[in-house]
Design a protein around this ligand. Structure first.
Ligand code: MN
Length: 196
């Protein structure tokens, strides 16, 4: 039977401070994500879906299996896209060109993305994804949903579940979203864009 494992973080738990505290990372990764992994492994046993990849489970499953698999996929993309804070942190090359073509400018993209995150009601995720033609799109996904369910290729995401920011920012979700731009590893995001 397939056994999914908790991803290893590609940085130390305190590497994202002050944007995301060590305590938030330890609970978010070590408790919340670990619980989704344990839940999925328990639910998959005897489901007939044991041999599918995580993405295929998210595309095909329903109910608890979908919710837990979706949250694992979402968090692997989320935690995998960060690195230590950096000033003037912007993408380069092909991804920057595509952002300019789709949204007008990087500043306009940031504004639209942050607004989508701030206005998502309840728990969920805001995403930047690529379409088959290389153009980009921003979507809001509720709860555990992922853009692969719409046939999109996810590139960048902000987690707007309260567990992602409440210890550090309490109710100030927009402040948290505005701070995240300093820790995006654009090389990772651009690699996701160019992989097609
Ligand atoms: Mn989360």
């Amino acid at each position: 039977m397939a056994q999914f494992e908790l991803m290893a973080l590609p940085y130390a738990a305190d590497a994202l401070e002050p944007v995301i505290s060590q305590r938030t990372i330890e609970i978010h990764h070590g408790k919340h994500l670990a619980t989704y992994v344990n839940n999925l492994n328990n639910l998959l046993s005897g489901s007939g879906l044991e041999d599918l990849s995580l993405v295929d489970i998210v595309k095909q499953a329903q109910g608890g299996i979908l919710n837990n698999a979706g949250q694992i996929l979402n968090h692997e993309l989320y935690f995998g896209q960060f690195r230590a804070p950096k000033e003037n942190n912007i993408p380069e090359n092909e991804l920057m060109e595509a952002i300019g073509e789709t949204f007008g400018s990087f500043a306009m993209f940031k504004e639209e993305f942050q607004k989508a995150g701030a206005t998502l009601f309840g728990s969920g995720w805001v995403w930047l994804s690529a379409k088959d033609d290389g153009s980009l799109v921003i979507t809001q996904e509720a709860n555990a949903a992922n853009p692969v369910q719409r046939g999109l290729r996810p590139l960048l995401t902000f987690d707007v579940w309260e567990h992602a920011y409440y210890l550090d920012y309490q109710n100030r979700r927009p402040d948290h979203l505005a701070a995240l731009w300093d820790i995006i590893d654009w090389e990772v995001v651009e690699a996701r864009y160019l992989i097609n």
